[in-house]
Design a protein around this ligand. Structure first.
Ligand code: RP5
Length: 165
């Protein structure tokens, strides 16, 4: 069986992909291999157990887990693996993602989930954090991450464009 890529992006539903694709695109920009999976804590609990208990042995190094509403996926994943788990609160319709954020961030002491911002910003930053973790033992990736950040800095204009300028 082929070894897993270093990063898994898991999400509770197909509907989370609109947010989590930003994590995928960021990892692609950094040439970090990853896999994507739908793993619902509520609808596919057996799939969650199989994924989380096997993640380390499969060769994964970091898990990015996005979920919305009663967002148990990141916490339950962290409960079953000692790999770093980065949680992305997906913006929900009912409560604009505040439910997702609070249910991911308020982990009891002993089972950490690195919780990011709600929505796209959280997905992008989860990917950047995953890359930063991997870059600790990958000098080429560290250089790509530095270049990515330098390009972002270079893209910021000195002054705002206005309609009259
Ligand atoms: C959560 O329920 C998922 O992470 C998703 O954000 C939310 C809604 O899922 P769907 O009803 O759109 O499948 O488990």
């Amino acid at each position: 069986m082929a070894a897993a890529p270093p990063v898994a992006i898991i999400m509770g539903s197909q509907s989370d992909w609109a947010t989590m694709r930003h994590a995928a695109e960021t990892l692609e920009a950094l040439a970090v291999p990853f896999e994507t999976r739908i793993v619902s804590a509520h609808r596919t609990p057996d799939r969650l157990v199989a994924f989380a208990t096997g993640a380390k042995a499969a060769g994964l190094k970091v898990v990015i887990a996005g979920a919305g509403g009663a967002a148990h996926l990141p916490g339950m994943t962290a409960a079953m693996t000692s790999l770093p788990v980065l949680g992305v609160p997906v913006e929900s319709k009912a409560l604009s993602g505040q439910d997702s954020l609070l249910s991911i961030v308020q982990m009891p002491a002993g089972i950490p989930v690195g919780t990011l911002a709600i929505g796209r910003a959280g997905a992008v930053n989860a990917a950047l954090l995953a890359a930063a973790v991997l870059a600790l033992s990958d000098a080429a990736l560290a250089a790509r991450l530095d270049a990515w950040r330098a390009a972002q800095t270079a893209a910021v204009a000195e002054r705002p464009e206005t309609e009259t300028s």
